[in-house]
Design a protein around this ligand. Structure first.
Ligand code: F6R
Length: 364
């Protein structure tokens, strides 16, 4: 049931601190500050590449995972949407791990990609929410997300739990591959353990975000920008807004702005800039200034340090607490979800059952 929430989506957004905490506890031993023994039953020291694929929001989770695996474990990740992957006949080496991400475990294109990799003799790992699903059954290794049933068609808690698993696996891989020290492992585990606390703080921004959403519900187009791990979040933000509010939205890597989309910017274009004060911050902020100089109405999502460092007068600034870099993609997802949710509520759409969409896409 929805409890005292108006929609399942709202309920599922608010469940995130708890379900992320459950999911992390499956992979991390908080008291020891270590990856749980046996949590990642894959010998990552023998894997030389990850071939990943998924659809929609699950694909964006995988895209964040690519940044983590490559940075933390120095393990290259090829990732593609499953509808392309399955027909691409990509040459796969035997030492590749095939990795799939799916809430339902039934998505037709993702399942077909899994079967293709299996046929090629690869070991199959799947991050999946529905334990009894076809993908779970057909995988060598199942990495569960413990999000609980997700009813809203727009994925919310499944996405942040997928990210929690991916971050944990990247740390496990880094440990096995010797790219992080024991001390770094302890630090990363401690940082990941703080996600639920930061997620709870992020939820407290809801009243402000609802106010911004009222204004956003008046516009026709929205652009989302981000760099590094915030780039997949820009894609996810745009997907979430368009699928439930029907407002046209696009997500771009901030550095791509001047290669085309900047032509769209005028006084009627809100530009949502996702920019924690991390190693990409300065670059993203300079793209934000380019957008503002063309009249774009900037909504900056940043932290206290980022808000202080940016002198630009924005339309709105959403300020999160400062937090470790590795967890920003998970925590910054919450304001992005709330923005889409409240905008859709103001538009009066059917938030949990958006038109033309199904929860589980079992046909290609
Ligand atoms: C968007 C959304 C979809 C799904 C996609 C994959 O909010 O929910 O993009 O992420 O259809 O579904 P699963 O994860 O079940 O494979």
């Amino acid at each position: 049931s929805k409890g005292n929430h108006r929609h399942f989506m709202e309920k599922e957004i608010h469940e995130q601190p708890e379900v992320i905490s459950h999911t992390l506890a499956n992979y991390l031993d908080f008291s020891k500050g270590m990856i749980r023994a046996g949590a990642a039953p894959v010998d990552f020291s023998k894997v030389d590449r990850i071939a990943a694929s998924a659809c929609g929001t699950a694909y964006y989770a995988g895209l964040v995972g690519k940044y983590w695996f490559e940075h933390i474990a120095r393990l290259p990740v090829d990732i593609d949407v499953a509808s392309e992957f399955r027909y691409r006949e990509m040459p796969l080496s035997k030492n590749s791990l095939a990795l799939f991400v799916s809430q339902s475990g039934e998505t037709a294109d993702t399942l077909a990609s899994l079967r293709y990799c299996k046929q090629q003799g690869l070991s199959i790992g799947t991050i999946v929410n529905v334990k009894e699903s076809t993908m779970a059954r057909e995988s060598n290794t199942v990495f569960p997300t413990l999000a609980g049933p997700e009813v809203g068609v727009a994925s919310t808690k499944a996405f942040t739990c997928q990210l929690s698993v991916l971050a944990s696996l990247a740390v496990a891989a880094g440990k096995m591959r010797g790219t992080i020290t024991d001390e770094e492992e302890r630090r990363l585990v401690r940082e990941l353990s703080e996600i639920p606390r930061y997620a709870t703080q992020a939820l407290k921004l809801e009243a402000q975000i609802e106010g911004i959403s009222r204004e956003l519900s008046q516009v026709k187009h929205v652009l989302y920008l981000g760099r590094g791990t915030s780039y997949p979040l820009a894609l996810e933000g745009a997907l979430k807004l368009k699928e439930i509010s029907y407002i046209h939205a696009e997500g771009y890597a901030a550095g791509e702005l001047k290669h085309g989309p900047i032509a769209l910017i005028d006084e009627s274009m809100p530009v949502i800039v996702i920019a924690p004060h991390d190693r990409w911050f300065e670059k993203t902020i300079s793209n934000m200034q380019e957008a503002a100089a063309r009249g774009g109405k900037i909504i900056l999502i940043t932290d206290e340090k980022g808000a202080a460092a940016s002198t630009l007068k924005t339309w709105h600034t959403i300020v999160l607490p400062e937090m470790p870099e590795v967890i920003t993609p998970i925590v910054y997802t919450l304001p992005i979800q709330m923005l889409a949710y409240h905008t859709a509520v103001f538009m009066g759409t059917d938030v949990d059952q958006p038109r033309n969409l199904a929860k589980s896409v079992t046909v290609e």
